[in-house]
Design a protein around this ligand. Structure first.
Ligand SMILES: [Zn+2]
Length: 242
């Protein structure tokens, strides 16, 4: 979904999505509470994945990270009170239970999209992860709940298996030769020299900048919440981790 952001901040979450803490230096502070770090474990909202939350600790003072976003090419951490300044050495801690749930959801979403694409041949037109549910939009005329339940069952069978998930970068030309790499009908910057690929080994490869679990077994199980018709062929489905 999202792709690699070229930024002055080292994006640790892209390399190791299991890293829960790091030491950083404050590069800049805008309006007293929008903080740019030299390296970060906090995922900025984007590509259908919500931002992380957590803490930035300076000596004995804790700043809660309430929002993380990309602004003007920078990863900006919004903290709940003023006091951080350029050059501060800080310690970052992720709200791991929130992030881990999002990682499980994100990997589940890839599996579901892959099954739908292969099975019904639809292109997913939208996908949004929330903390408690996963939303999918796709274009399909014939649509019934029973069919979707079957796809949920298929996904749940895969989540019982020991199937590794890997992520790595490839040169753009090489990446674009992979069939089905772009499943989401979302535009992405055309000028990136390298693309990040998330691979569910033996099942799926997608261009993606999100955080994922290392094995399908970690997802657990999913269940269908509700389905909606949004026009003649636009379908919306919500599912959740169970
Ligand atoms: Zn994704």
């Amino acid at each position: 979904m999202t792709l690699i952001l070229v930024t002055m901040t080292k994006t640790l979450y892209l390399e190791d999505s299991y890293q829960k803490e790091c030491d950083s230096t404050v590069l800049s502070v805008k309006d007293e509470k929008y903080v740019v770090l030299d390296q970060t474990i906090f995922y900025p909202k984007g590509g259908g994945q919500p931002h992380d939350t957590g803490k930035i600790i300076k000596q004995n003072e804790t700043f809660n990270v309430v929002y993380v976003g990309k602004f003007q090419g920078e990863i900006s951490h919004e903290v709940d009170h003023v006091g951080l300044k350029q050059g501060d050495r800080v310690h970052c801690e992720l709200d791991w239970s929130r992030r881990y749930r999002l990682m499980r959801s994100h990997t589940a979403a890839h599996v579901f999209a892959s099954l739908l694409c292969t099975g019904v041949g639809v292109l997913v037109t939208g996908n949004q992860l929330e903390e408690d549910k996963i939303r999918f939009d796709f274009s399909l005329e014939k649509f019934d709940r029973q069919t979707l339940e079957q796809y949920i069952d298929k996904a749940n069978e895969l989540f019982k298996k020991d199937i590794p998930v890997k992520w790595y970068e490839l040169p753009r030309d090489e990446a674009l030769k992979i069939p089905g790499l772009i499943k989401m009908a979302e535009a992405f910057p055309p000028n990136l020299p390298r693309l990040r690929v998330v691979e569910i080994v033996g099942y799926d490869k997608q261009a993606d900048g999100g955080t994922h679990v290392r094995n399908l077994k970690e997802v657990g199980q999913i269940k269908l919440l509700k389905t909606e018709n949004k026009g003649k062929t636009n379908r919306r489905v919500y599912f959740t981790l169970s």
